[in-house]
Design a protein around this ligand. Structure first.
Ligand SMILES: Nc1ncnc2c1ncn2[C@@H]1O[C@H](COP(=O)(O)OP(=O)(O)OP(=O)(O)O)[C@@H](O)[C@H]1O
Ligand SMILES: [Mg+2]
Length: 585
């Protein structure tokens, strides 16, 4: 059994080393230069700190031996110069380490966000947003600190520990050997504490992100909480969640307190030993009082150095647990690669589904589509209808490659879309969703979001396009009724607009995209009859020459479409022309 534990410990050592090496790669060569300067600045401070006890010793021995005023003044002036140099070093290193830490965390955050953006839809079904946010903020911060301020501390504490020890030897080798006896003890305690801290910190972070995601959801949907009068329940629920972490926090705090308390006790006891044993040496005239004083001060410096090193060790291990969480995402290969694959020069817009079966990754056993086949010919409008939960929106998600079919094929102009670049494919399609989401920005920015080229620009022609899209989506009149017009803020997810207004902005966003293929998923469901009619006209204009998949329940919406497919229970159960199907009923 012992052997197993040992193997585990060494493999953990190995992964720690790998994690650290990988983490250090995020320090760019520019950062390294900055860090080098910061280390020089820190050396100045360290030298200053190490010289200070020497000065005290000279002063004390000088006073007791009655040194002349001039040599005393010389000592004071040279000390002041040194202190000033030390202070400048202090300022410089603080500044440089802070900006390097910022640069490293920006780099990490950027890469992490890129990696998150590449993940497939199924990943987001499974991962709470707040968990990702924790990784992007807290974890990245801990990692950035590990590469900069922890590194700085290692350097500083090593200076104190090694420099201090050498100076101790120069004062009294005998006393030094007696004093440094406690160092291994401090080292071992630090290691043990560090390993424990890493384990606890990982668990605590998981808890914290779990709590945060639950709170965020409630905060974002306060209205629903209120309408069901669940404030008290939610408050209670939150307190319960918080108390889940109580035990962990207590244990972590306990371990940290024990560690720090132990260090303090060890430190003071060894200081007491120094003074006691040193006192006898002073009595025997082996060393002076001044030397003993500086020795005591150096031993404190050395003690702080070693205990500081063991604290840094613990902190670094904690940061490595953050690194693990971040690398997990960086290393994740998305199930759908967004960029790999072909891009076609031009497309006709034929979409064909052949025997498509599909289950969502979160529910692999529930087959949502079981053998769906249909053909949406170029320029044609195919209506998809059927009972709720039948799988209509799922088909739209598969055509845009948000998910991959479990079996069967989806083809664009006869080419399987799984061989095409997903991001290119999505540029050929505009989707107006059942419950369109707008982003917290102006109406103008939200419509502009649909443009196939993602760059922001405010050129006059762009603004004209936006206005034209709004007009065709029958949105212009209500937009102009707002005092701020196109500059009106829509709020988070667009909740400051009415459902119908939101839908029309989303239609404008699709219109400006000018795609070959259009997917309208209940796009006009929240509009009154008059608005629907206007938008439908506009959509018909938009649909001209494009292949349109029109998902709808209402027969009024279906009327304009050439062909209708009815989907129920994951299968196409009926297919034909509108008039035929209506007359059959
Ligand atoms: N992200 C998801 N993860 C797991 N299951 C899902 C997901 N989205 C939808 N489902 C399930 O897939 C089935 C089909 O849903 P879908 O949204 O395609 O139905 P729909 O035909 O569009 O219904 P409606 O007319 O109500 O919009 C439903 O049983 C639903 O619960
Ligand atoms: Mg749907």
């Amino acid at each position: 059994e012992d052997e197993a534990v040992e193997v585990e410990a060494t493999s953990e050592e190995k992964t720690n080393k790998q994690l650290l090496l990988r983490l250090l790669k995020f320090i760019s060569s520019d950062d390294k230069k900055t860090l080098a300067v910061a280390c020089i600045a820190m050396s100045l401070t360290s030298m200053n700190n190490l010289a200070f006890p020497k000065i005290i010793s000279h002063l004390i021995d000088g006073v007791s031996k009655g040194a002349d005023a001039q040599s005393k003044r010389k000592l004071v002036v040279s000390s002041l110069i040194m202190f000033a140099v030390g202070a400048v070093g202090s300022w410089l290193r603080t500044y440089l380490f802070a900006i390097t830490s910022d640069s490293v965390s920006k780099r990490l955050r950027g890469e992490l966000f890129n990696a998150i953006l590449k993940q497939e839809s199924g990943f987001f079904d499974q991962t709470p947003v707040q968990d990702l946010q924790c990784r992007m903020t807290d974890d990245v911060q801990a990692m950035a600190n590990a590469t900069t301020s922890n590194l700085a501390k290692v350097y500083r504490y090593t200076n104190s520990a090694v420099g201090g020890s050498i100076l101790l030897f120069t004062i009294s080798p005998r006393l030094t050997v007696a004093t440094l006896g406690v160092v291994p003890l401090v080292g071992v305690t630090g290691m043990l504490y560090g390993m424990r801290a890493k384990k606890m910190s990982k668990k605590m972070k998981e808890n914290v992100s779990h709590i945060a995601s639950s709170v965020e959801e409630k905060l974002a949907n306060m209205r629903t909480v209120r309408l069901f009068s669940m404030e008290e329940y939610e408050g209670e629920e939150y307190r319960n969640l918080l108390s889940l972490t109580e035990e962990d926090v207590r244990r972590a705090a306990h371990a940290e307190g024990l560690f720090l308390g132990g260090l303090a006790f060890g430190g003071f006891t060894s200081l007491l030993g120094v003074l006691y044993y040193g006192g006898t040496l002073v009595e025997k005239n082996v060393i002076t009082v001044g030397a003993l004083t500086s020795f005591a001060m150096y031993s404190a410096t050395v003690g702080l150095g070693f205990s500081g090193l063991s604290q840094v060790y613990a902190e670094t291990l904690k940061a490595l647990s953050s690194a693990q969480r971040v690398f997990e995402i960086l290393d994740r290969t998305p199930a759908v690669n967004q960029d790999d694959g072909r891009m076609l020069d031009s497309i006709e817009g034929n979409i064909e589904l052949c025997n498509v079966c599909f289950a969502y990754p979160t529910r692999p056993d529930a087959l949502v589509l079981s053998g769906v086949s249909f053909h949406l010919r170029k320029g044609e409008t195919l209506a998809l209808t059927g009972p709720s939960g039948g799988g209509k929106s799922t088909i739209a998600a598969l055509i845009t490659r948000l998910y991959e079919p479990s079996s069967g094929r989806i083809m664009l102009d006869g080419i399987s879309i799984s061989t095409l670049s997903a991001s290119w494919l999505r540029k050929q399609i505009a989707v107006v969703n059942q419950d369109p989401i707008l982003f917290s920005d102006t109406i103008e920015a939200n419509i502009a979001y649909g443009r196939p080229h993602a760059k922001r620009s405010n050129s006059a022609s762009e603004l004209e396009d936006i206005e034209e899209a709004a007009r065709r989506a029958n949105a212009l009149s209500f937009i102009m009724d707002f005092p701020d017009g196109f500059q009106t803020q829509v709020g988070e997810r667009g909740h400051l607009l009415s459902g119908g207004q939101r839908q029309r902005v989303a239609i404008a966003r699709a219109m400006i995209r000018d795609p070959k293929i259009l997917i309208l998923d209940e796009a006009t469901s929240a509009l009154d009859n008059a608005s629907e009619l206007l938008v439908k006209e506009a959509l018909e204009r938009l649909m001209e020459g494009r292949s349109t998949l029109l998902i709808a329940h209402r027969t009024s919406t279906l009327a304009g479409s050439q062909r209708i497919a009815v989907i129920d229970g994951g299968r196409i159960v009926e297919e034909g022309h509108y008039d035929d199907l209506i007359s059959k009923r």
